[in-house]
Design a protein around this ligand. Structure first.
Ligand code: ASC
Length: 555
């Protein structure tokens, strides 16, 4: 059977949207937020011709979980793999979806995920290939936190003195739908009553998942929240987790699924409850003290009306600060016994990344080993291929931090002058095995440490383990799961804890590894690494046009 090509024409443009009844300027694809779902089969080629119709703003689109083997210039990461797509310009992304599974796409520029530029990529198995579970129906739910102020105000606050944090979102959206309580706004009679209006045709009914009694279905759940870690549940129904980030999971049952920004899961659900009524589908903020109401959708048993509210009070989810239960679920996620990819037993290099919040020149920034990432004007991929050594700092960042003296439990004071902004990158020998130990610490607020979902481009990594407190390089590696670790592309780092990963640097290119909380990446929370860039083929000139690359495309 032949692989297919999918040709998609996408126009990125502004539109007023009211997904939770509050009218907001959003960034859409062909007028939609979330954008269209890409459905393809393993081995197919996806071609997206993107036109940037934003009048005053650049754009870039990342294909999250797609490794871009042989096409590192299609990764869609502005400053790393391409110049941004300017207003009025267009750019063609071409890539192979080489593995079945549940993936995402989203903007990789500014705070455009927060503005609504996101969607699903669903890749089915080849014909005649069986998955390790059966289901009658394949459904999907994409989760989003939603802010009412503009992403321009947010970006300004994050990059100003005094610092102004984005705070908690106003709504949680399930498949792009929520319902904000407009009466909370206290609108004066003179204010525009169209700002928040439940009769607005854009303010839809709740999303409704329609099932027949007795059926089993697969539910794909993806999160592209800007900030919030979430718990997801279907009232009265347990879920069996079977897929994580495109990899089959040794099945386990749970009442609620924890999901961080950038993660995808598939769960199996049996419609075996009282079919004379509907049930709530709920999502709640965890990890940060919530002030956002529960996100709601309806689990609808045929033949009840799809929009009929269930007779019960919606579930409020687990305690937001029950880190132990989140950690327990993370540890329960292992590779399916028939789909174990064994990691190499030893690594060639260990990079320990201490994650801290610091003041740099009075600005709030996040740093890894005291380096806060700022992207250069010349994308790394082009700078490295063309040997533009002035394009970024050529001294590599450190592989560790001052482990003996740094106290991860105390807030770095404003007098911490060690952290600096940097565009330096890690150079990794091609095809070597690398461990990354993510080490969490206290923020600048006393007795406060946060959860960060870390996402790697171009690779899946093995999740070797999680622990609390300071990673001990003598003792903790003995606890690694080298037998059946799950492979993922996004993994949580818990408060005051560590997460250990291993990956094979086998994909030639330049890749970013970063916190998937969009404002945190904006504040420098990421690293960039290169491996095998000399093996990358001829770069398309369409990725050029900014920084020093201008000289490459002039005759
Ligand atoms: O980056 C962040 O800044 C704030 C707070 O730490 C300082 O206001 C917060 O909660 C973050 O996640």
């Amino acid at each position: 059977l032949e692989a297919k090509n999918h040709f998609l024409e996408w126009e990125v443009k502004h539109a007023y949207k009211s997904p939770d009844c509050f009218k907001k300027l959003a960034i859409t694809i062909n007028g939609k937020s979330p954008g269209p779902t890409i459905y393809a089969q393993q081995g197919d080629t996806v071609v997206v011709n993107l036109t940037n119709s934003l009048p005053t703003e650049n754009v870039a689109l990342h294909w999250h979980g797609i490794r871009q083997i042989g096409t590192p210039w299609s990764d869609g990461t502005e400053g790393v793999t391409q110049c941004p797509i300017m207003p009025g310009d267009n750019f063609t992304y071409t890539f192979v979806v080489d593995r079945a599974g549940t993936y995402l796409y989203h903007a990789h520029y500014g705070l455009q995920i927060s503005a609504g530029l996101y969607g699903f990529i669903i890749v089915s198995v080849p014909d005649r290939v069986r998955e390790p579970f059966v289901y009658q129906q394949d459904e999907s739910i994409i989760l989003k936190d939603w802010y009412h102020n503009s992403t321009y105000e947010q970006a300004t606050g994050l990059s100003s003195i005094p610092f102004s944090w984005v705070e908690e979102p106003q709504s949680l959206l399930i498949n792009g739908r929520g319902r904000f309580n407009c009466s909370l706004l206290n609108e004066s009679p003179t204010s525009d009553s169209n700002i928040c209006n439940e009769r607005n045709p854009e303010c839809y009914d709740r999303y409704s998942l329609n099932v027949h009694y007795g059926e089993a279905f697969r539910l794909r759940i993806g999160s592209l929240t800007s900030l919030s870690a979430l718990s997801f549940e279907i009232e009265g129904h347990n879920m069996t987790v079977v897929e994580a980030d495109g990899n089959y999971v040794e099945p386990f049952e749970t009442k609620n699924l924890y999901i961080n920004s950038g993660e995808t899961y598939s769960v199996l659900v049996k419609a075996d409850q009282d079919s004379s009524r509907n049930y709530w589908i709920t999502t709640n903020v965890v990890s940060r003290e919530p002030s956002t109401p529960t996100g709601l959708a309806i689990f609808n048993y045929y033949p009840n009306p799809p929009d009929k509210d269930p007779p019960t009070v919606p579930t409020t989810g687990p305690l937001w600060n029950d880190t132990a239960s989140q950690l327990a679920q993370s540890r329960a996620i292992k590779a399916h016994h028939d789909f174990v990819h064994k990691p190499p037993l030893i690594s060639d290099r260990v990079i320990v990344l201490l994650s801290t919040q610091n003041l740099i020149d009075g600005y709030y920034r996040w740093s890894l080993n005291n380096r806060s990432l700022v992207l250069p004007h010349t994308p790394y991929l082009i700078a490295l291929k063309e040997n533009f050594t002035d394009a970024f700092d050529q001294n590599p960042p450190p592989d560790s931090y001052d482990i003996h003296n740094y106290d991860i439990f105390s807030a770095p004071g404003p007098d911490n002058v060690n952290a600096t902004s940097s565009n330096a990158i890690y150079r990794i020998s091609f095809n070597t095995t690398v461990d990354i130990i993510l080490q969490n610490a206290n923020t600048m607020t006393p007795n406060h440490s946060e959860t960060h979902p870390w996402h790697m481009h171009g690779h899946d990594f093995w999740v070797l383990g999680y622990g609390m407190n300071k990673f001990d390089k003598e003792k903790d590696p003995a606890t690694y799961n080298l037998k059946d670790p799950i492979m993922k592309n996004t993994v949580p780092l818990y408060p005051y804890g560590w997460t250990a990963l291993r990956f094979q640097a086998d994909n030639p290119g330049v890749w970013i590894f970063h916190c998937h909380i969009e404002p945190h990446l904006f504040m420098g929370m990421g690293i960039v690494f290169e491996a095998g860039v000399e093996m990358v083929g001829t770069l398309p000139t369409s990725i050029m046009g900014c920084g020093e690359t201008k000289r490459l495309i002039r005759p």
